[in-house]
Design a protein around this ligand. Structure first.
Ligand code: NAI
Ligand code: MG
Length: 483
C-alpha cells in the first residue's frame, strides 16, 4: 500500500537585498543609458507590486539604436578579429557568473518564476551560451560554414517574457560571436534583467554600440522589424506575431529566424519506466509554470499503462509546491501576467465545455498576484481546443493510444513541430519513433534539457531556423543555408 507522506517546509525565502532596482529606466544606446520619453510599469506578477517604470521606445529611440549599432558594426566590431571578439564574450560570461545571484533574484522578481529555476537553470544556461559562443568566435572558418564566413550586419532581436535573460543570451551571444551588432528589445513584462545585462556590457568594456537595448511593447518591436537599417531579424514569441514579422520582411533583403509556439507530444509507451516517466511528465509541463514553447503539453499514454501513469502522476502532483517564487522550496511560481492568466483560464474553460475532465491537486493560491494551479485534463480528444492550441500555462492535456503508429499519427497531428518526448525502455522503438516525429527537438527518457551546443528550433508553425550549436551560427552569417 502506498503511504502519502507530506513534509511541511519552513519558509526559505531568498533575500532581495542583492538587487538595486531603480525607480525609472531609460534605454541603452551607444554604450550609454539615455533617458526615455514615455514610461510604463513593470510589475512583480507574484505580488502585483510595481518594481519600476520602464521606457517605451518610439521611432527616435529605435533610429538612434540602429544608428549606434551600424556605427559600431562598420568602425569596430566587423573589423575586429574573432580572437578579440571572443575575449569580450568570455568577459561577459564571467561577469554573468559573478553576478549570477543578482540576475537570478531580479529575474524571479520581474518574471514570477521560482528562484530555484532562475538560479539553477536560466542564469547558468545564459552564461553557458556566452562561454560556448566565445569559443566559436575565432574558429568560424572551421565550422563547416564556408572558408571565410561574413557577418550579416545589424541584427534586430525581439524576445519574449518566459526566459528573459536566457532568450537574450540565445540571441546576443551568436550574433556577437559572428561579428554582428545588435538592437535588442526585451518583452514588456520582463525588461529588468536585459537592463542589468546592459550594465554588464559596460563593465566588460564592450565597444559602444555593439549591444543596444531598447525597451517597449509590440509597437517598438514593429519599429525594429520594419527599420530599413536592419539586416536580420531574430524573434522568439507567438506564432501570431511571427506571421506578422514573416510578412513584413518578405519583400525586403532582411534575413529572419523565428522561434514560435509549440504543442509538444510527450509519448509514453507501455514499456516505459513509469516512476521516472512521471518525473519527466511533471518537468515537461510544470517547469516554468508551463510558459515554455517546447513544453510537453500533450501527454500521449499507451492505453494499457494509462491508468497507472495517471494514478502516479496525480500522487506526484499533490506534492508540487505552488507559491512565493522567492522561496527556495517553491516548484511552481506565478503566471507572468494578467493577460496570460486570462488566456489560460479561457482555454481551460474550453476544456470543460468541450467535455474533457479537469483535475488539480488542492493548493492554497496566494490572494494577490496571478496564479493557476497545476492542472490535468483527461478524456481529451484531438478535436478539443486544449489538444490543438498552445495554452502556455501549467495545463496538461492527456490523450491515449493503442499502437505505436497511432501515437505517431496523433503526435504529428498539429500545426506545430517544436519538440516531442518519447518514454520507452526499448532502444529500437525510441529510434523508430524519433525518426517519425515531425519536431525539431526529440527528447528520449528526459524532457526540457537544454544545452548551447544543441540546435533548437521548429518545423511548420513553430518557426524557421535553428538557434544554438553550429547550426545557430549559420543564421548570423552571409550566404549560409539556414536549415
Ligand atoms: P508576443 O509574441 O506578442 O510577444 C513576444 C515579443 O514580441 C515581445 O517582446 C513583444 O513586445 C513583441 N511583439 C509583439 N507584437 C509585435 C509586433 N507586431 N512586431 C514585433 N514585435 C512584437 O507574445 P505574448 O502576447 O506575450 O504571448 C501570447 C502567446 O504567445 C502566449 O500565450 C504563448 O502562447 C505565445 N508565446 C510563445 C513564446 C515562445 O517562446 N514561443 C513566448 C511568448 C509567448
Ligand atoms: Mg514584470
Amino acid at each position: 500500500m502506498e503511504t502519502a507522506m507530506t513534509f511541511e517546509y519552513a519558509p526559505a525565502p531568498e533575500s532581495r537585498a542583492i538587487v538595486t532596482i531603480k525607480p525609472k529606466y531609460g534605454h541603452f544606446i551607444g554604450g550609454k543609458f539615455v533617458a526615455g520619453s514615455k514610461h510604463f510599469p513593470t510589475i512583480n506578477p507574484a505580488t502585483e507590486e510595481v518594481l519600476s517604470q520602464v521606457a517605451l521606445a518610439g521611432k527616435a529611440e529605435v533610429d538612434a539604436a540602429v544608428k549606434a549599432a551600424r556605427k559600431a558594426y562598420t568602425t569596430t566590431w566587423s573589423k575586429m578579429s574573432g580572437k578579440e571578439r571572443g575575449k569580450y564574450l568570455y568577459r561577459i560570461a564571467r561577469i554573468m557568473q559573478e553576478r549570477a545571484r543578482e540576475f537570478a533574484v531580479l529575474e524571479t522578481l520581474d518574471n514570477g518564476k521560482p528562484i530555484r529555476e532562475s538560479r539553477d537553470t536560466d542564469i547558468p544556461l545564459a552564461a553557458a551560451h556566452f562561454f560556448y559562443h566565445a569559443g566559436w568566435a575565432d574558429k568560424l572558418e572551421y565550422a563547416g560554414l564556408g572558408t571565410s564566413p561574413k557577418p550579416l550586419g545589424v541584427a534586430g532581436q525581439i524576445i519574449p517574457w518566459n526566459f528573459p535573460l536566457l532568450m537574450l543570451a540565445w540571441k546576443v551571444a551568436p550574433a556577437l560571436a559572428t561579428g554582428n551588432t545588435v538592437v535588442l528589445k526585451p518583452a514588456e513584462s520582463t525588461p529588468l534583467t536585459a537592463l542589468l545585462f546592459a550594465e554588464v556590457c559596460q563593465q566588460a568594456e564592450l565597444p559602444a554600440g555593439v549591444v543596444n537595448i531598447v525597451t517597449g511593447d509590440g509597437s517598438t518591436g514593429a519599429l525594429i522589424v520594419n527599420h530599413p537599417g536592419i539586416d536580420k531579424i531574430a524573434f522568439t514569441g507567438s506564432t501570431e506575431v511571427g506571421k506578422i514579422i514573416a510578412r513584413a520582411v518578405a519583400p525586403t533583403k532582411k534575413s529572419v529566424t523565428l522561434e514560435l509556439g509549440g504543442k509538444a507530444a510527450n509519448i509514453v509507451f507501455e514499456d516505459a519506466a513509469i516512476d521516472e516517466t512521471v518525473e519527466g511528465i511533471v518537468n515537461g509541463i510544470f517547469f516554468n509554470q508551463g510558459h515554455v514553447c517546447c513544453a510537453g503539453s500533450r501527454l500521449l499514454l499507451q492505453e494499457n499503462v494509462a491508468e497507472e501513469v495517471l494514478h502516479k502522476l496525480k500522487n506526484r502532483m499533490e506534492k508540487i509546491r505552488v507559491g512565493d517564487p522567492m522561496d527556495k522550496n517553491t516548484d511552481v511560481g506565478a503566471i507572468n501576467s494578467k493577460e496570460q492568466l486570462t488566456k489560460i483560464v479561457e482555454l481551460a474553460a474550453a476544456g470543460d465545455s468541450e467535455g474533457a475532465e479537469r483535475w488539480s491537486p488542492a493548493c492554497n493560491l496566494p490572494a494577490k498576484g496571478f496564479w493557476f494551479a497545476p492542472t490535468i485534463f483527461t478524456g481529451v480528444t484531438q478535436a478539443h481546443r486544449i489538444a490543438r492550441e498552445e495554452i502556455f500555462g501549467p495545463v496538461l492535456s492527456v490523450l491515449t493510444f493503442r499502437t505505436p503508429a497511432e501515437a505517431i499519427e496523433k503526435a504529428n497531428n498539429t500545426p506545430f513541430g517544436l519538440s516531442a518526448g518519447i518514454w520507452s525502455e526499448k532502444g529500437s522503438r525510441t529510434l523508430w519513433a524519433s525518426q517519425q516525429l515531425r519536431a525539431g527537438v526529440v527528447w528520449a527518457d528526459t524532457f526540457n534539457k537544454f544545452d548551447p551546443t544543441s540546435p533548437f528550433g521548429g518545423y511548420k508553425e513553430s518557426g524557421w531556423g535553428r538557434e544554438g550549436g553550429r547550426h545557430g551560427l549559420s543564421a548570423y552569417l552571409k550566404g549560409v543555408s539556414h536549415e
